[in-house]
Design a protein around this ligand. Structure first.
Ligand SMILES: [Zn+2]
Length: 463
């Protein structure tokens, strides 16, 4: 039993007016809204930090289950009601606390927005107080946690946005948002970049929808809808007892981004190689450009990002590749219902030595592997309730997957076998087994999971 999460994104169209996008005034409204909400969040963050004893309050309640009075921590909803009573002018509470009059400082702020910033502030204040408590407990002098910032993507509760998807024309859709234009709060229509894909995901049965976040960046604005789904999944311990269990192992590498092997009853029944289609080379070329520019311009200016365009391109390439590979892995898992997905615990390929661009490329490759791992496990869990296990990566590329003895890597140079550490092929001198090195590594991941060969649990030493 578990919960799968995902985000469905809906882009607002902020392209030029002629091309059907929102006008610049509308864009400015979004920026002002985010700024006002940040100020409001800062207000409540200060308020909660000034009254931190309230956050730690215990509440006595009557438990129906245990038939007695019990104690529990104060809930976020109770805190919200309390904070509103202290700071907001209403008929029941005509006089907010001195110095904490929210209604005066933020007149007409819609109550749905007010509630969302109070909830954000409670979360931030609680997180800050707990990290500070652990820091105080540790007795360290350095590393005192600083005060939390108030920036956050605003959550749009009911009453601040309206989205009508009933219109048959997908291309011409709008979302109504309650925004601040600098003087008052208005409903404004924003054109969307809506697609059938969005609609399908948005309405897919089984997924529960939470309030969307308004994500405003330098270039784009979007609504992100968090979605959750309950997933019934068997415990891995139980599945491991099943002799028919299918395991899907993934070996993540640089050139062969992923080598997927599927094993049942001790035999590999399917193998999929996912190559990077030259991504590593392309990224290396881009990073070489950056390294050269940095070298030409001397020391980088502090506080200024250089080569933004190239970095963005590199990040995009990585992100794209990660999603594609993850999708492929999830597809394989979907073919074998009830299977278990295996990854190695990630080890880093150390970005040491070599040229600067080489090192930067290594670092990017490491990040890519981490992303593939994360996306693949999320997708496999959400689409076919496959659980993921991380196994001990020790020696998966050095040992023979057939007999379990140490072997060596080599490549062919002019028809001759040359043994070298980075060779593409694997050879076992004990049983004369020969295979693609990444395939051998992937097959070993299964052995590591089932604790075969040298991955056997060691007998406990006594005395
Ligand atoms: Zn062997």
């Amino acid at each position: 039993m578990g919960q799968a999460t995902r985000t469905t994104k809906l882009l607002l169209d902020l392209s030029k007016r002629k091309e059907g996008g929102a006008n610049t005034g509308k864009r400015a409204c979004l920026e002002k809204t985010v700024a006002v909400l940040e100020a409001a969040r800062a207000f409540y963050l200060d308020f909660f930090l000034a009254h931190s004893q309230k956050l730690a309050e215990r509440v006595v309640y009557y438990s129906e289950k245990h038939l007695e009075m019990r104690e529990r921590a104060i809930s976020a909803n109770e805190l919200l009601t309390w904070a509103e009573a202290c700071t907001v002018e209403t008929r029941e509470h005509p006089h907010p606390w001195a110095g904490w009059n929210f209604s005066e400082q933020f007149p007409d702020l819609p109550f749905a927005y007010r509630r969302s910033v109070i909830k954000d502030a409670i979360g931030k204040a609680r997180a800050h107080l707990s990290t500070r408590a652990t820091w105080e407990k540790s007795g360290k002098k350095k590393g005192k946690p600083g005060l939390p910032g108030a920036a956050e993507h605003p959550t749009l509760y009911k009453g601040t946005w309206e989205l009508d998807l009933s219109d048959s024309d997908v291309k011409h859709r709008f979302v109504r948002l309650k925004v601040y234009d600098g003087l008052s709060w208005q409903w404004v229509n924003y054109p969307l970049k809506c697609s059938r894909h969005f609609q399908q995901r948005h309405r897919e049965p089984g997924w529960e929808q939470a309030s969307p976040l308004l994500i405003l960046t330098k270039e784009d604005a979007a609504l992100h809808f968090p979605q959750t789904r309950h997933v019934e999944a068997k415990k891995v311990k139980e599945s491991k007892l099943d002799p028919e269990l299918v395991t899907v192992a993934v070996d993540l590498n640089v050139r062969n981004l992923a080598v997927i092997t599927v094993r049942q009853r001790g035999q590999i029944i399917e193998t999929v190689f996912v190559t990077d289609h030259g991504l590593d080379q392309a990224r290396y070329r881009q990073l070489k450009k950056i390294a050269k520019k940095q070298w030409l311009s001397g020391k980088p200016v502090t506080g200024e990002h250089s080569n933004q365009q190239i970095w963005r391109h590199v990040r995009r390439m990585n992100e794209d590749a990660a999603h594609q590979v993850a999708h492929r892995i999830a597809q394989v898992c979907a073919n074998y219902p009830g299977c278990v997905l295996l990854f190695e615990r990630l080890r880093k390929i150390k970005p040491k030595g070599a040229s600067k661009s080489r090192r930067m490329n290594r670092r990017q490759a490491n990040q890519l592997r981490g992303k593939i791992n994360q996306y693949a496990r999320e997708q496999a869990f959400a689409t076919c309730s496959t659980c993921t296990v991380e196994v001990n990566p020790h020696g998966t590329s050095q040992y023979c997957s057939r007999c379990g003895k140490p072997g060596e890597r080599f490549s062919y140079r002019g028809g001759k076998r040359v043994s070298e550490k980075w060779g593409k092929l694997f050879w076992c001198p004990h049983c004369r087994y020969q295979a693609h090195a990444d395939f051998n590594g992937s097959a070993n991941v299964h052995h590591s999971f089932f604790q075969e060969f040298h991955w056997k649990p060691r007998p406990q030493r006594s005395g």
